[in-house]
Structures are given as C-alpha cells and as structure tokens.
Design a protein around this ligand. Structure first.
Ligand code: GCO
Ligand code: MG
Length: 401
C-alpha cells in the first residue's frame, strides 16, 4: 500500500493547529497532529519541504521503518521541530493501519488494559477562594482529578490562571511579558492545597503545575510543604535539561513528581526514569515522536514503576488527543491523561469519536484514530501568528515561562 501524496493543513479555529494528511493508493487517508505552539510554521515547512518528498511511493504499512528513516536519515537528531514532524507521520501511519484493518488503533497496540482513561481538568482562580470554587465546578461536572493553579498577590498573570473560561497561554501578536517572584508564589501554594483538601476530602486527586519556575531546592521545599495534602503530582518543579537536578528534589520530598511535556525523546528522560527520580512521565504523542516512540518510553518507564501522564493542553490538536487516548487505554503503566476541552470551532473542524463522561475518556471504536479533518471548515480559520508569553523576575532578568 503506497503513499501517493500528502499535505499539511494549518488553521486557527480558536487557536493554531498544524495537521498532516497522508494519502495512500487505496484511497485511505491518515491524519497526524504537527502542532508546536508558537513555532507552528517551522514544523509545517519541515514536513512540506523535507519530509513529504521522502514519503512518496513508500509502503504505508512499514511504520517502524519509516520512523527510523526520518530519525536516522535526517542525520540531525531530536529537537522539537524534527520530532513533532516525525510524530505527525507516525500518527498518520497508525491511523491508516487502523482504517485498513478496520480496527481502532488501541486494538493494534495490544487492546484495552482498562475500561476507560482517567483524565484531569484545569481549575484556576485569582484568589484561593475563587480557585476552590473553580475546583468545585469540575467536581460537579464529574471530574475525579483536578489541577489547581492560583493567582499570586503582586504578580500579574502567573502561569495557569485563566482569563476566560478555559486557560489558553498563547496569544495573537508578539509575546506578552509577565513578572515572576518565586518567593511570593511559594507563600500561596501550600495554603491553597490545605484549603482544597479540607473542602473536598481525601478522595479527589489534586494536581499542580510549577511550570519550570523553581530551583531544585525551592522545589524540594514546596514538595515537602505539600506532603500533608497528598497531591497526585507536582509537575515540572524545575527545568529538566539537567536530569540529575531531580535527585535533590527527590531526596527531600515524597510528593510525587511529573515531568516531560517539553521532552522530545527517550533520551530526555532516560536518567529520570532509570534512577526513579520521577513518578509520571508526561511526554505526549505529538512532541515525542508519535505513538511508536511513546510506546518505547512507556516500556522503559514500566521497568522502573514510572507511570504515564501525557500532556494534553489545548495546543495539542484533537488528532493528538485521540492518539493519546488510544495509547493510554492500551499501555499497562498508564497513570492519568491531561484534558482541556477544545473550543467548539476546533471540534467542528475535527469531528471525532472520543468522548468524556464521569471523569474518564474513551477513544471510541471507529477504525483508526477516529478523528477527521473538515478542510472546508478549516479554510474558514486561517493561521494567525501567536506566541507564548515571556516571564521576567521582578528585577527584569529573563526567567523560564
Ligand atoms: C500543561 C502545560 C501547558 C503548556 C502549554 C504550552 O501542563 O498543560 O504546562 O499549559 O504551558 O501546553 O504550549
Ligand atoms: Mg505543564
């Protein structure tokens, strides 16, 4: 079954998405998400200018061989642009294989290891009281796990606090700048979780995202302060380019640690997993080389009792979400899946079989991934330049956003 062509569709139904569509000689098509927030056009060009010419005429059934061709064959390995492009091709090929065999992708990955996929939603507020109310709305909507982010007195727009109903960090135009103080932030988070635990009791899973803002010793202090409130996880406590820095956090706290949404390969988390410095690996399909590579990461993690917790913000397209759900349903060491519902206009561009109910999701049983791309609808929403914000310390020093 030869690949006879492909194209990249870039659209902005509420936010930007880049989607690869591959066609086979049998008339079957497959989709892969290729969205890299704030750097979308780089991946679109990588696919159109450098990858599609290599795929024409190849056998679409040889998923692993095509993955290795694009990885080893580029000579320039890894990196978010390359690995997102490889992910898009890999995802589209799994979609094609599922459609060809008349099976949902999770059946090709070994079948369901569970009934459905536990997801967590995002609650936030400017104050602790507002955040407690926001978590209450998620609980009322059936969520069993909720991430909570809160405003910090004296800081405008801290990470993760929504201005509208849903949190969306990228904004049209050039990047907005915000100021950051770890000292002020560290005063707010422990009382927030004390309030949440006393309001909702021991049964609700509570999560928090530090978003790479702390030093290892600050993160150790926060993890220790959160121990009485039993978090499901503390995410991205410190930047993880230096994987060994997690040793220090781990020595000081039993709060479970999650990391990996900005990783692109198994090598980014090799030490973190092998030394059991983390509890959850957050790599996801679109940014870590597709379903094929994510399965390798999950297998390494399984050896070390690390569970998966795939990134699932709205800047990961519906095709990625569907692929993540097939992966989540099938791997044994699944932990949790992040879920932020897409805007209604996004859902119209990407009709899909996956569904949410009572705190869990299911990818559905349509052949392949169960997502389509309505190109007529997509054409109504042309790409708009947008960037993630920047963060500076109070004295103006550039910091991790
Ligand atoms: C999360 C993430 C996102 C990222 C966003 C960047 O845990 O959901 O941290 O909010 O900031 O995906 O594009
Ligand atoms: Mg995060």
């Amino acid at each position: 079954m030869r690949i006879v062509g492909g194209k990249v569709v870039t659209c902005c139904p509420g936010r930007n998405f880049v989607t690869l569509r591959l066609e086979t000689e049998d008339g079957i098509h497959g989709l892969g998400d290729a969205t890299l927030n704030g750097r979308e056009l780089a991946v679109a060009s990588y696919l159109t200018d450098h990858v599609l010419p290599l795929l024409e005429g190849r056998d679409a059934r040889r998923i692993e061989d095509i993955w290795q061709l694009l990885y080893k064959g580029a000579y320039w390995r890894r990196g978010p642009v390359t690995m997102t492009a490889i992910a898009a091709v890999d995802t589209a090929l799994w979609d094609i294989k599922g459609k060809t065999l008349g099976a949902p992708v999770y059946q090709l990955l070994g079948g369901a290891s569970r009934d459905a996929v536990l997801v967590y939603g995002h609650a936030s507020g400017d104050t602790i009281d507002q955040t407690v109310e926001a978590v209450g709305r998620y609980v009322a909507a059936g969520y069993k796990a909720v991430r909570a982010q809160c405003g910090v007195p004296g800081l405008t727009k801290p990470y993760g606090v929504a201005t509208g109903e849903h949190y969306e960090p990228a904004a049209p135009g050039l990047p907005a700048e915000s100021r950051w103080s770890s000292e002020r932030y560290l005063e707010v988070v422990p009382p927030l979780f004390a309030e949440l635990r006393s309001a909702f009791g021991p049964g609700l899973h509570l999560l928090h995202d530090v978003h790479h803002r702390l030093t290892p010793i600050e993160a150790a202090r926060l993890g220790r302060a959160l121990e009485p409130h039993h978090l499901f996880w503390m995410e991205d406590p410190t930047p993880a380019e230096n994987q060994a820095s997690f040793r220090l956090i781990r020595q000081h706290t039993t709060t479970p640690l999650a990391v990996g949404e900005v990783f692109n390969s198994i090598f980014d988390c090799q030490l973190l997993i092998q030394e059991q410095l983390i509890d959850y690996i957050r790599t996801t399909v679109v940014h870590a080389g597709g379903i094929s590579h994510l399965r390798k990461i999950a297998s390494l993690a399984e050896l070390h009792q690390v569970r998966t917790g795939s990134h699932g913000a709205t800047d990961l397209g519906p095709v990625c979400l569907a692929a993540a759900l097939h992966f989540d349903l099938s791997v044994h060491n699944f932990g949790i899946q992040e879920y932020m519902p897409h805007a209604p206009e996004t859902d119209r561009v990407f009709p899909h079989a996956y569904s949410f109910s009572d705190g869990v999701m299911h990818p559905g049983d349509a052949p392949g991934l169960g997502v389509d791309l309505d190109e007529v609808e997509a054409a109504k929403y042309p790409y708009q330049r947008a960037y993630l914000p920047l963060a500076r310390l109070m004295d103006g020093t550039m910091h991790s956003w």
